[in-house]
Structures are given as structure tokens and as C-alpha cells.
Design a protein around this ligand. Structure first.
Ligand code: NDP
Length: 446
């Protein structure tokens, strides 16, 4: 490894030792871009890496809220504004008990390069809370969102920082957050948050964008590498926003989705009915254990879908970070997998990724493959600025164009640095990182 990269990584390991997810994300990125620093030794004196790995601002705040019985609870809220040299900070809000500062930093760091790859003018940020939205009433969710916004509103704005949804933050939460922002500010400022409902400034196609975009990226990979998609047995882990629309689009494109999962268990079904999954997760907001009863076929098992032996050619992890470790990666490959594309952020740990690359598996990292969501959020911002609404078809066509452009940037970087044709990790990292570094340097000691 390049000595400058290695020194900065060592310094971070001692400074940020308590933030394993952040260190993991930084190691994944830096270890695959060290050729940039070999080519540009002058970057060391310019402290380019130190500037890249240090967030511009981290905001932590208390979020007190009362439940339906009048008991008061306190959660932690966060917004990490990591880098805005390409445009306003942009990144989702996650409400999940696993949220902490290290998780926020990892997500915000990834977001910088993902956003750079979209070709749109947006910087990188992430936020959220360790609040668990599960089993809360609508009124409790609303009070929590309002209390969260009481602090967040000071730090965001259509040209400053534009949050969106992520795990645990869907259309309902975005509505409550945006509604309260408007009340505090006394103006409509539609471009301050994305993922809004269609009737009040949202974009058609945003809900589907991450999952659809993932499949458009997979189609590009398959085209470039002569892989046929028809009837390819596919596992989609998760059954939330990303997973549902990835599975629907995969089926539309001719792939055969044979398994999906949630945090408690997984379903295996040769005739998987995505509408039943939608009913369970989007309408009833309950567990996949209901699937067999509702669908009348398939199997349900507790535990992780990646601990089961399911014959598959494609794996699309769309649930959460670090779902797949080395042992699970080995099982996936043994079961016939040739392509893994990340719908979630960092669902594979670094050992798993290394194993795929060594075993000639085509592997697409989340920062390229799941960028369709944030790209469509940026399209929502454009529509808000123009005070126009595009049709679903217009948005979807733009999304396809963006995913094709992201794939091309990865391929171009792979060619420029003479990398193996399955090494999309390095391709995406080099393309994203180079763009941010060039902008940072152009703007002085940014
Ligand atoms: P959702 O909250 O809609 O869905 C998350 C899904 O993951 C649920 O099915 C959930 O199960 C499951 N899950 C949560 N924790 C675990 C776990 N420990 N093991 C197995 N399954 C788990 O989130 P999204 O679909 O929006 O996001 C999923 C991933 O995609 C995240 O990594 C997110 O950062 C990333 N992403 C999302 C984008 C978006 O536009 N939404 C954009 C880009 C990336 P259960 O139903 O039981 O809770």
C-alpha cells in the first residue's frame, strides 16, 4: 500500500478506534484508491487525504418526546455534514436502534463518493437517531419527528443541506419532518427535504428509484460482461423499500427471485409473490412470517437467508450493513453465485469483498449500485427549483441514464488503471474520489 495512504489509515485507527463501521468504510475506500496517490505524490503535502476523511461538521442533539401514555423518552439525534465541495450536503436520515456517531460517519463518508458518481451537484451527509420506530403509534412517530426537527431545522436548507429517508424513515416520517420544518420557518421551501409525497413536492419514481436503479446497474454489468439475466436465480435480502423495488424490477427483467428476508427470518419460494411482500411490509408493517399464510405457498424460516444453502446465481443484499461476512460469502459462492450487487450500504464486510474479487465474482459496491435513490432525490430538488413535476416515465428514463453513466465511470476508471473486469469496487472508488479531490483542490485549502 502507498505509504501516505497507510500513514493516514494508521492515524485514523488510533483516533477513531471506537468507530468500527467508519474505519471499515474508510479502509475499503482508501485501500482501493492508493494508485491515485502513487500517481500524485504532491497530494501528501496538500493533506488531500486528511481533508477527505475529516467531516466538515458533526451535530449531535437530544430528542425528547412523549409516548401515548405521557411518559417522556430521550433519544440522540445526529447530522454529519461530511463534504460539500460538489454541492449542498445530501444524504438520508436513519431511525434505528443501531445508530451511533460511527455509523453516521460511515454512511456520510460513503455518501460523498456515491453522490459524486451520480454526476449531479450534491455533497455528502447523513443523519438520524437511535429511535426505534417499530411498534410506535402514528402520533408517537409524529411527535418524535417534530422534536427531531426542532433542532435539525437550524442546520438544513435547500442550498445548504437536504436530508431524505433511509432505514426507518419513509414517506410518513418525511411528511411529518417537512411539515414541522415549514411551520418553524414559515415558508414552503420544497427543496429542503426529498422523498416527499407526490401531492406536496415529491417526485414520481423516488420510492422505486434505489431498487430500480440497482437492477439497471446489474443490467449494465451483465451487458458489459456477457452475462445473461433470464431466469437467473436471485436472492434479495431485506424486504424494505430498496428490496421490494429491486425484487419487482428484477422479476420484470426476467430474473427469478427465489428468496427475500427481514430482520427475523426469510422466505424461500420458487413462485415468490412480491405483492404479498408489499402487503406485509408496506401496508401491515409486520413480519415475513405471515408470508406462507397469505401467499398459500413457499417456506418461512427464522435466521439469516445467508446461513441457508439456496442455489442462486445473483445475490442482491438490500437490508443493512455487515450482513455478509467471509463465511457467508463463501457459502454464497459455493451455492453458484456469479454476481453480487449491493442495494444496501456496506452489506458485505471487507473480507467478503476480497473473497468475491479473488474468486472472479462480479461485485458492485453500494456507492455505485444503489446511487439511484439519491440521484432521484436530486431530480426531486431540480423539479422543486423549477416548480415543475416530471412524469414517472421522464424520471425513470433519467434514472436509467444516470445508472448507465455511473457504470461507465466505473468501467473507465478500471480501464485507466488496468484493473480486472470484475473490480467495480476500485472502479467506483477511483471515479468518485478523483472527482471530489479535483473539486477540493480547485477551491484552495477546502
Ligand atoms: P427499510 O427500513 O425500508 O428496510 C430495511 C430492511 O432490512 C427491512 O426488511 C428490515 O427488516 C431489514 N433488516 C434490518 N436490519 C436487519 C438485520 N440486522 N438483518 C437482516 N435484515 C435486516 O430500509 P431501506 O430499504 O430504505 O434501506 C435498506 C438499505 O439500503 C440500507 O442500508 C440503506 O442505507 C440503503 N439505502 C437506502 C436507500 C433508499 O432510498 N431507501 C438509498 C440507498 C441506500 P424488518 O422489516 O424486520 O425491520
Amino acid at each position: 500500500m502507498n505509504s501516505y495512504v497507510s500513514r493516514v489509515l494508521d492515524e485514523m485507527r488510533s483516533k477513531d478506534a471506537s468507530q468500527p463501521e467508519f474505519l471499515q468504510a474508510v479502509e475499503e475506500v482508501l485501500s482501493s484508491v492508493d494508485m491515485i496517490f502513487e500517481k500524485h505524490p504532491e497530494y501528501e503535502k496538500m493533506a488531500v487525504l486528511e481533508r477527505l476523511v475529516e467531516p466538515e461538521r458533526m451535530i449531535q442533539f437530544k430528542v425528547p418526546w412523549s409516548d401515548d401514555n405521557g411518559t417522556i423518552h430521550v433519544n440522540r439525534g445526529y447530522r454529519v455534514q461530511f463534504n460539500n465541495c460538489l454541492g449542498p450536503y445530501k444524504g438520508g436520515l436513519r431511525f434505528h436502534p443501531s445508530v451511533n456517531l460511527g455509523v453516521m460517519k460511515f454512511l456520510a463518508f460513503e455518501q460523498i463518493f456515491k453522490n459524486a458518481l451520480t454526476t449531479l451537484p450534491i455533497g455528502g451527509a447523513k443523519g438520524g437517531s437511535d429511535f426505534d420506530p417499530k411498534d410506535k403509534s402514528d402520533a408517537e412517530i409524529m411527535r418524535f419527528c417534530q422534536s427531531f426537527m426542532v433542532e435539525l431545522y437550524r442546520h438544513i436548507g435547500a442550498d445548504v443541506d437536504v436530508p431524505a429517508g433511509d432505514m426507518g424513515v419513509g414517506a410518513r416520517e418525511i411528511g411529518y419532518l417537512y411539515g414541522y420544518y415549514r411551520r418553524i420557518r414559515g415558508n414552503s421551501e420544497r427543496g429542503v427535504i426529498t422523498g416527499k409525497g407526490i401531492g406536496y413536492g415529491g417526485s414520481l419514481g423516488r420510492k422505486e428509484a434505489t431498487g430500480f436503479g440497482l437492477i439497471y446497474f446489474v443490467m449494465e454489468m451483465c451487458k458489459a460482461n456477457n452475462i445473461a439475466v433470464t431466469n437467473k436465480r436471485t436472492i434479495v435480502s431485506g424486504s424494505g423499500n430498496v428490496a421490494i423495488y429491486a425484487a419487482s424490477k428484477a422479476m420484470e427483467m426476467g430474473m427469478k427471485v427465489v428468496a427475500m428476508s427481514d430482520s427475523k427470518g426469510y422466505i424461500i419460494d420458487e413462485n415468490l409473490d412480491i405483492n404479498v411482500v408489499k402487503r406485509i411490509k408496506e401496508v401491515e408493517r409486520t413480519s415475513l412470517s405471515k408470508y406462507v399464510e397469505y401467499a398459500g405457498h413457499g417456506e418461512y424460516h427464522e435466521g439469516s437467508v445467508y446461513d441457508a444453502d439456496i442455489a442462486c446465481e445473483f445475490v442482491l443484499p438490500c437490508a443493512t450493513q455487515n450482513e455478509i461476512n467471509l463465511e457467508r460469502a463463501k457459502r454464497i459462492v459455493k451455492n453458484g453465485c456469479v454476481l453480487v450487487a449491493e442495494g444496501a450500504n456496506m452489506p458485505n464486510n471487507n473480507e467478503a469483498i476480497k473473497y468475491y474479487l479473488e474468486n472472479n465474482i462480479y461485485f458492485a459496491p453500494g456507492k455505485a449500485a444503489n446511487a439511484g435513490g439519491v440521484a432521484t432525490s436530486a431530480l426531486e430538488m431540480s423539479q422543486n427549483s423549477m416548480r415543475l413535476s416530471w412524469s414517472f416515465e421522464e424520471v425513470d428514463e433519467k434514472l436509467q441514464g444516470i445508472m448507465t453513466a455511473i457504470h461507465k465511470q466505473c468501467k473507465d476508471a478500471m480501464k485507466e488503471y488496468d484493473l480486472a473486469d470484475n473490480n467495480y469496487v476500485a472502479g467506483a472508488n477511483i471515479a468518485g474520489v478523483s472527482k471530489v479531490i479535483d473539486a477540493m483542490i480547485a477551491m484552495g485549502d477546502y
